[in-house]
Design a protein around this ligand. Structure first.
Ligand SMILES: [Zn+2]
Length: 1075
């Protein structure tokens, strides 16, 4: 551009009349000479000369007047010199020029020149050419130009020279430089510049394309101001016409920038509501849709398609979700509705607040076409706690010990003397009464008691408790015979019959009476690798265009409701034209399914109970599919602004046909997966006072392989409350005489489910005082999980932990001998049962209630915290507290901890004012994990305390209970981008392995915290570290997926068992017992 604007000027020395100042004259003479030899100009010499001229002009009023006086060509010489120099060494010279106050002088020159009548066109042209190049280097250019009046001169010049294209161009360029300033934009708009631009731009023409391009860019910049956009609304049809005209005529795509410029103007006008309306009225959707579709084959036109798509999405009329209300379809009446908070708010809302009015004039442009990953909470945000008092241990106004004393019953091991109970398996029966109930020990005799197990009913693929299986089988004929895959060997903790038993005692708000097949059959992790998907180019665009087609071709849309929980009798499905949906089982949460096209369905998820949002988790059943048909599913009421579905994560599918063929498993599936903002939204009132919020679509496509199949789709590997109960029962069966396992009922939930509390440790080696003393004094490790029901991965990690702890390996025995484990494996059973994503039945996020939990509304949190308070009161606060979670936006497994120092460092609080003494011990456990657990990433860990997290378990246990090693362990829902599993999606095997390795890490921690106490097991730890090193070496070079069962746990176990059985006795007193 610079070159084409260069002005070649010839000079006649005779015309140069600078009479009385010989110094200036001399300098100009030198410049003239340089200019004539422009190819040879030494910028440094020229710079020195101009600097001297500038100095004279700045310091001598007389000189300035002379140079600017009519008839003097001094100014032209300067400008020409600038041109020449700039062309040679632009960036540097302009920088020097600006720093010496050059722009101010040039602007002053504009004012002076404008006073001539008529102003010299040549001077104005040159001045503006130079200003257009100098301006961008001067950050205050726009303000300077406005304040000294030069901006007005330029505008007037434009108005008077609309046909003078040579002059228009540099003037427009100068305007552009001034436009980033909002004040300038508004002032120019008032001055009629928007209208002026519409006089310059026009339909397709090969002439003056550079002028058109600059005009469009200037107009686009002007329209960023909403006031200006309002002025331009009437021109929307013109812009659309011009765009279409260029699209039609620019067949060789030489003028993409002009076409983009027109779209840029439309994009800015449609930021306001009036603009969107004008766009729709002018048939903008159809015009941009058609032009974009025609552009699709040419890759270089992508910017046009992307901007068109952005405009169309913005203008797509906002709509409410196809629901009578966005409040949860199921209601749970709370005995006491809290006075404030989200639930109270929800139930005080007037009817019909969900109706969406597109009232916002918000610029929604922030969302780019290719969404950028949401900033992590810990990356330099303003959420970090800066109040040093909130980072210090809380002043203890803890509850009186008398009140906490009732929790003593959950810590029998601390007073147990084993005189009577020795070698008797202990079991606390599930106790339905809350804390007041009697505490009963039973001698455990057998695992299955009572009547013969009831088999599931197989019609229609579900189980109802009222009907006997035999009858059903007769009715259903041969087709109804169901083979149950024999998974007993592969899944030692799974038992279909036991699962059904467990379901019977599970209380759900919708009173589910069916069992989903995946939960009944169980899941055997596949042995093949499941890679993180590479995103196919243009997928999101294609999906969005298909959505826009709904508006363009409304007649193609079926809009047939095929599943609807809001209507008592779900619509009857006709002869095989539609899929059948169902989610009336534990953890299911599909609310509505609408058939949009023959093979496309919009799905609406249910809100968390007693809430009107939190949609992310899903779990539903599909049947009646056609083999090989390309189905597309859209979950249309997602809420998060981004998702790992945009970064390679797939949905999970479970096929019953596959299961009965011997492959009972969830597999990652789906193609063309993406996640984007859609045209559904809710009102600001429904959104709890925030701006009206848009929903997002998660879409995936898939073809089914089996006829008459029943398939299940889920956000992540389901893990129901009934599954937990089944696993706990099966774990009891693993108990050996050396294992101390007790299962208490911590409390009952709002929904009437029991919250189990486990105590696991090793039995004392003898009843000698020493041994009993050692037993009672073992440090405690407190673990919890699944406070967020949608984070099912947390349960799989917990399963791995529990299985390892109850295992027969020498490491497990050492671990049990080293610690007393207190575990609450499911902090939110009600949420899990009812298919919630985030909340409990109180409609609240339980992990934001730890500061002041209510015994009525948050019983599991209240009593879990009480256990910890009791421990603190008896000086037995746990060594480690860890709450397992799942993370929806990040990869790998990692931990959040709490550190006063690291928080202070992040926030620049004056650290000198407070003495910071802090043990770095909180880093040890994550460090160990990063060395041994392949999915774990130290780089993703953070130890900063955020304000928004002050009521979470991690922060409250750290601050109030005084547990230095208080963590949240977050597992990805997607996969890993480092370590051995790099590039793979996470599966249950990796999650369970993580849980097991957490245990092994605790053993290492034990060694590092108290090496002397473990002297007896030193040999074991050597073997352990030896193995870990070997494994690390292997993992670096080994590119193969580990075969099933060859996780670290198994390897360690095998090797250690081998060593143990041949040589070393575990303890000094007793031989190791094998079970
Ligand atoms: Zn969570």
């Amino acid at each position: 551009m610079f070159d084409c604007l260069s002005v070649k000027i010839t000079y006649n020395l005779c015309n140069l009349s600078v009479p009385c100042n010989s110094r200036v004259l001399m300098l100009f003479g030198q410049l003239e000479k340089l200019n004539r030899e422009s190819m040879l100009v030494d910028p440094e010499i020229a710079r020195q000369i101009t600097a001297k001229v500038l100095h004279l002009i700045q310091t001598q009023e007389k000189t300035r007047k002379e140079i600017m006086s009519k008839g003097s060509s001094g100014m032209e010489v300067i400008l020409a010199t600038l041109e020449v120099i700039n062309a040679k060494n632009r960036a540097h010279m302009i920088g020097v020029f600006v720093s010496k106050g050059g722009t101010g002088i040039l602007l002053q020159l504009v004012i002076s020149a404008s006073k001539e009548s008529p102003p010299s066109e040549e001077v104005m042209l040159q001045l503006h050419s130079v200003l257009a190049k100098v301006g961008p280097k001067d950050r205050k250019f726009g303000v300077k130009a406005r304040l000294n009046g030069a901006l007005n001169v330029t505008v007037n010049l434009l108005k008077q020279n609309l046909q003078n294209h040579k002059l228009l161009l540099p003037c427009l360029l100068v305007l552009q430089v001034c436009l980033p300033s909002a004040v300038n934009a508004v002032s120019l708009g008032k001055n009629g510049v928007v209208e002026l631009m519409f006089k310059i731009i026009g339909p397709y023409s090969k002439k003056n394309t550079s002028l058109l391009k600059v005009s469009l860019d200037t107009l686009g910049a002007l329209l960023k101001s909403k006031t200006n956009a309002r002025r331009a609304v009437v021109h929307v049809p013109v812009l659309l016409y011009i765009y279409h005209d260029w699209h039609r005529n620019d067949t060789c795509h030489r003028h993409i920038l002009i076409r983009k410029g027109i779209l840029g103007c439309l994009k800015n006008i449609t930021n306001i509501k009036l603009g969107r309306k004008a766009f729709i009225d002018a048939d903008g959707m159809r015009i941009l849709y058609n032009t974009s579709t025609e552009c699709l084959p040419v890759r270089t036109l992508d910017p046009l398609i992307n901007t068109s798509s952005l405009i169309m999405r913005k203008c797509f009329p906002k709509n409410r979700l196809p629901l009578p209300t966005i409040k949860s379809v199921f209601h749970h009446q709370l005995l006491r509705v809290p006075a404030g908070g989200p639930v109270a708010q929800l139930y005080n809302q007037p009817l019909g607040v969900d109706d969406v009015v597109d009232e916002s004039d918000d610029n929604e442009d922030a969302e780019a076409e290719n969404e950028v990953e949401e900033k992590d909470h810990h990356a330099g945000n303003d959420d970090i706690e800066t109040d040093i008092n909130k980072l210090r241990p809380k002043e203890t106004h803890s509850r009186p010990f008398e009140e906490l004393k009732i929790y003593e019953r959950f810590f029998m091991e601390l007073s147990e003397d084993f005189q009577v109970m020795q070698y008797i398996f202990l079991c606390l029966q599930f106790n339905n009464s809350i804390l007041g109930g009697a505490f009963i020990f039973l001698v455990y005799t057998c695992t299955s008691v009572g009547s013969a197990p009831i088999r599931p009913q197989f019609l229609p693929w579900t189980w109802t408790p009222s009907t006997s299986p035999r009858t059903k089988m007769e009715e259903g004929g041969e087709g109804a015979v169901l083979q149950v895959p024999d998974t007993a060997l592969l899944l030692p903790l799974h038992d279909p019959d036991l699962y059904v038993e467990m379901v019977k005692s599970t209380c759900s708000v919708p009173q589910f009476s069916e069992v989903a097949y995946p939960d009944y059959f169980g899941h055997v992790a596949p042995t093949f690798r499941e890679h993180i998907l590479e995103r196919v180019y243009g997928v999101q665009r294609t999906k969005i265009f298909q959505d826009i087609e709904r508006l363009i071709h409304p007649n193609d849309i079926l809009d047939k409701v095929v599943y609807d929980l809001d209507i008592q009798s779900c619509p009857v499905i006709d002869g095989g034209e539609s899929l059948k949906f169902n989610s009336q089982f534990e953890s299911g949460n599909l609310r509505k399914a609408v058939q949009v096209r023959k093979f496309e369905y919009d799905l609406v998820l249910n809100s968390d109970i007693n809430s009107n949002h939190y949609h992310q988790w899903f779990y539903f059943e599909v049947s009646g599919m056609r083999v090989g048909a390309p189905y597309r599913f859209n979950i249309i009421n997602c809420e998060k602004s981004n998702s790992q579905f945009n970064y390679g994560m797939q949905v999970l599918m479970y096929s019953v046909q596959e299961a009965i063929s011997g492959r009972p498993r969830w597999v990652r599936t789906g193609t063309d997966i993406c996640y984007y903002k859609n045209h559904f939204s809710r009102s600001s009132i429904a959104a709890g006072g925030q701006k009206g919020k848009s929903y997002y679509t998660m879409t995936f496509s898939m073809t089914f392989n089996h006829k008459d199949d029943v398939c299940y789709f889920a956000y992540h590997y389901p893990y129901t409350y009934s599954t937990l109960k089944m696993h706990l029962q099966k774990l009891e069966a693993l108990r050996t005489p050396q294992t101390y396992l007790r299962e208490d009922v911590l409390c009952e939930t709002l929904g009437g489910n029991s919250c189990p509390l486990l105590t696991i440790t090793a039995m004392p080696e003898s009843t000698s005082n020493d041994q009993i003393c050692q037993f009672r004094n073992r440090p405690l490790v407190f673990l919890s999980s699944r406070v967020h029901p949608g984070e099912t991965n947390a349960s799989w990690v917990m399963k791995g932990t529990l299985e390892f702890l109850m295992g027969s390996s020498p490491l497990a025995q050492s671990l049990r001998e080293a610690y007393i484990f207190k575990i609450v494996p499911m902090l939110n059973p009600d949420g899990v049962v009812n298919g919630n994503h985030r909340c409990s039945l109180s409609g609240e996020d339980l992990n934001r209630q730890w500061q002041n939990p209510s015994p009525e509304l948050h019983p599991t949190i209240y009593h879990t915290k009480s256990l910890l308070q009791y421990l603190a009161a008896i000086q037995r606060a746990p060594l480690v507290f860890c709450d397992y979670h799942g993370h929806s936006r990040k990869k790998n497994v990692f931990m959040y901890g709490c550190s006063l120092k690291e928080t202070v460092w992040e926030t620049n609080i004056s650290a000198t004012s407070c003495e910071l003494h802090e043990d770095l011990g909180y880093r040890t456990l994550p460090k160990i994990l990063s060395q041994m657990a392949p999915a774990f990433s130290m780089a993703s860990c953070s130890f900063v305390v955020e304000r928004s997290k002050e009521a979470t378990a991690r922060v409250v246990v750290w601050r109030e209970i005084g547990v230095q090693r208080s963590y949240t362990m977050e597992s990805t829902l997607c996969g890993c981008d480092q370590g051995k599993y790099k590039g793979l999606q996470i599966g249950t095997r990796e999650l369970e392995e993580m849980g097991a390795q957490f245990c092994v890490a605790l053993l290492r921690l034990k060694r590092q915290t108290s090496p002397l106490k473990l002297r007896n097991h030193a040999h074991l730890l050597d073997v352990e570290s030896d193995l870990m090193e070997t494994r690390c070496k292997v993992s670096r070079s080994d590119t193969h997926t580990p075969s099933p069962g060859h996780s670290l746990t198994r390897t360690l176990t095998d090797k250690l068992t081998l060593i143990r059985s041949h040589t070393i006795p575990l303890t000094n007193n007793k031989p190791y017992m094998v079970h």
